[in-house]
Design a protein around this ligand. Structure first.
Ligand code: SAM
Length: 284
C-alpha cells in the first residue's frame, strides 16, 4: 500500500482556505491541522489493520489522513456537508479505503456501516469528538450493540478526567462508574487548547477506552444506569435516601453496601452489586 498520494495532498490550512470554510461553533468545530499531532493519535489507537475504523466528525480530514496513512479502512461520519468535497479528494488518494457518510453520529448504526465494508469485521473508533455530543456518543458505544475493540477519543480534559476518575476523587461520578464497569479507560495524550484551530476555551485529552471481555449483561447495564442516575443525582445524600425509589436500605443491604454511605465512596464493583440487586428485587 502506497501512501505517496496521501502525503502529496496540500496542507490542511490551504485546503480550508481554498474551499472558503470557517469553523462553525454550533457543530463543535475545532480542527487539528498539524499532521504530527494527528499521526500521533493514529499511532496511539494501536494497530488498525484487520478491522474497520469508524471516525466521527472528520471535518477537513487531518485525523482521517493520518488513519489512512497508517493503513486503516475508515468509515467517516460527518454532519456538516461543507466537508464532503474535501473528504472526496482524500478518498481518491486512498482508493477503496475511505467511505464518507453524511449523517448525525448519534443516529447512525455503526455496525451496519462497518458490515458494509466487511461483514463482521472488528471495529475500532478513533475521533476528535465534537464537545457537545462526546458523552452521549461514548455511552452509545459502551452500552449499545456495536462492541468495539477499542475507542481512542478526544474529549475536553475535564470530561476525560471524569471518565477515568477513581472512587473518592472529585471527578468520580456516573460517567466513571458506567465507563469502568464496561471498559478499561486511560488518558493517553494531553493537548493544550492552542493545538486546535480555532482554539477552544479548555484543554483536551485523548482517552483510550478498551471494553472488557466480560461486559455485564444488558439488564444489569440498564439498572446500573438507573442506580447511578439516582445515586449521583443527589450525591450529598446517603444512599438509603437517594436510592429510595429503587429499594433504599433494602437494596443497599442486598448488595452488601452500607445504606448510610454516599455515592462517591462506592467503587465500581459496589455499583455493579447494587445494579444486580435491583434486578433481583424487581424479578418476578
Ligand atoms: N476531526 C477533525 C479534526 O480533528 O480536525 C474535526 C474535529 S471537530 C472537534 C468535530 C467534527 O465533528 C466537526 O467536523 C463537526 O462538523 C462534526 N460533528 C459535529 N456534530 C456531529 C454529529 N452529531 N455527527 C457527526 N459529526 C458531527
Amino acid at each position: 500500500m502506497s501512501t505517496a498520494a496521501l502525503e502529496a495532498l496540500p496542507p490542511l490550512r490551504d485546503v480550508l482556505a481554498e474551499h472558503g470554510i470557517l469553523a462553525n461553533k454550533g457543530f463543535g468545530q475545532h480542527f487539528l491541522l498539524d499532521l504530527n499531532i494527528t499521526r500521533k493519535i493514529a499511532r496511539l489507537a494501536g494497530p488498525l489493520d484487520g478491522c474497520v475504523t469508524i471516525e466521527v466528525g472528520p471535518g477537513p480530514g487531518g485525523l482521517t489522513r493520518a488513519l489512512l496513512e497508517a493503513g486503516a479502512r475508515v468509515v467517516a461520519v460527518e454532519k456538516d456537508p461543507r466537508f464532503l468535497p474535501l473528504l472526496a479528494q482524500l478518498a481518491e488518494a486512498a482508493p477503496g479505503r475511505l467511505t464518507v457518510v453524511q449523517a448525525d453520529a448519534l443516529q447512525v448504526d455503526e455496525r451496519a456501516l462497518a458490515d458494509a465494508v466487511e461483514p463482521g469485521a472488528p471495529v475500532r473508533i478513533v475521533a476528535n469528538l465534537p464537545y457537545n455530543v462526546g458523552t452521549p456518543l461514548l455511552i452509545k458505544w459502551l452500552t449499545g450493540p456495536l462492541l468495539p475493540e477499542s475507542m481512542s477519543l478526544m474529549f475536553q480534559k475535564e470530561v476525560a478526567q471524569r471518565i477515568v476518575a477513581e472512587v473518592d476523587a472529585d471527578a468520580y461520578g456516573r460517567l466513571a462508574v458506567i465507563s469502568q464497569a464496561i471498559a478499561d479507560a486511560e488518558i493517553v495524550m494531553d493537548l493544550p487548547a492552542r493545538a486546535f484551530t480555532p482554539p477552544p476555551k479548555v484543554a483536551s485529552a485523548v482517552v483510550r477506552v478498551t471494553p472488557k471481555a466480560d461486559r455485564p449483561p444488558e439488564a444489569v447495564l440498564k439498572t446500573l444506569q438507573a442506580v447511578t442516575h439516582d445515586a449521583f443525582g443527589q450525591r450529598r445524600k446517603m444512599l438509603k435516601s437517594s436510592l429510595k425509589t429503587l429499594g433504599g436500605s433494602d437494596l443497599c443491604e442486598a448488595a452488601g453496601i452500607n445504606p448510610e454511605a454516599r455515592a462517591e465512596t462506592i467503587d465500581v464493583a459496589g455499583f455493579l452489586r447494587l445494579a444486580e440487586a435491583v434486578k433481583g428485587l424487581t424479578a418476578p
